[in-house]
Design a protein around this ligand. Sequence first.
Ligand code: EPZ
Length: 430
Amino acid sequence: MDQDQFTIKGGRPLIGEVEISGAKNAALGILAASIMSDEDVFVRNLPDVSDVRMLLSAIKGTGATAEQLNEHEVRMNGSSIRNYVVDDYYIRKMRAGYYMLGALLGKYHYAEVAMPGGCTIGSRPIDQHLKGFEALGARTKIENSMVFVEAKELNGAHVFFDSVSVGATINVMMAATFANGRTVLENVAKEPHVVDVANFLNSMGARIKGAGTDKIRIEGVTSLHGSDYTVIPDQIEAGTFMALAAATKGDILVRNVIPKHLECISSKLEEIGCRIRAYDDAVRVTAGESLHPTRIKTLPYPGFPTDMQPQISVVLSLANGTSVVTETIFENRFKYVDELKRMGATITVEGNVAIIKGGSLKGAKTLAPDLRAGAALVIAALAADGESVVGDVHYILRGYEKFKEKLQKLGAAIESGISREAVETVVKNG
Ligand code: EPZ
């Protein structure tokens, strides 16, 4: 039975509660930064997803301690690092290995890290990361798909990024933590996970101010002490379940969230006709009788997140009317449209704009092209009439902890694999 597929019977409203896990994109930066201390660092509320597991194994490869205390907590300790080369099969498959550049450069003034894998959503260069490192006094080189960074010493600098980059902001912030004197970063990313990494570094004794604003100021320090830190909830996992409620005409209480991080998603879903109720650490999404079309433009935070673009496009493919979705962050993030068309969606893509003519969806066999598009195709299958199979779900498991189980708890007829029994279970539950 091929476990890399989900069999889904759609067409029923999903109702109930879901508990959101820790933020993957905060956890990856925090785990890399944790090795900058030579003392024990406890990181809690980690999402149990493959990207986190892959980064932990790469960090162990440097000789650092990464002791799994349970599925959501680790004890890190960077005092035993002997090797500044990070290069393994997994690191080449994922992006966030590049955070080891900033952490090792900052602490040891040297690092060699495998060039991050190009992703199906775009070329994803790292020129802004290297620009920041060089401004601090490092020499950088890319050779044989390895990135080399080295510095005699790191001195504070004034860096104005040419484009807003989450990764470059986090990476250069780490490298500047130990630089001599003051570093100012401008035109920075302001995502919640950027702020979480800055707060984590400060919990170890870094002196970083302004994360979440347009300007980050860093006063260099000479060492970092231990910490015990809890990762924030995942804004995009939460948004994914909010979109699910809208698409399946359901009613879902999304728990363990920071509502402020979801404001842009909430306001778009209200425009589309959902009722949103925000509580201290939860939001409740109740789908409207019908879904209205709207316009979406992805932007850096606090704008509408690009990582929610496939999911909201599925909701709009069920709306009464024509919507326009503009993707301004990545150059190739509409690959899922062909898969959605197999389910009856009417979407035309011109450059970075998708015109979505709302209607209904019917079950089909689809393949997940990447993490967020995969989650979107599962939402589409749960909203569609009939049975679907979504393949290559390993992409989804990179960033969604216990995705199938969380959906089943909401009443979804979803099973792993496409064996006869999986189909019968789905039909029986259907
Ligand atoms: C992070 O990727 C996230 N990944 C992505 O989430 C997210 O889509 C992205 O930020 C934008 O929010 C992690 O945090 C691990 P960027 P990152 O640097 O840092 C261009 C997910 O689904 N750029 O903000 O790689 C780049 O090509 C993933 O969880 C440069 O040109 O994104 C892109 O077009 C997908 N030069 C844009 O900037 C650079 O040096 C934004 O990229 C860096 C980036």
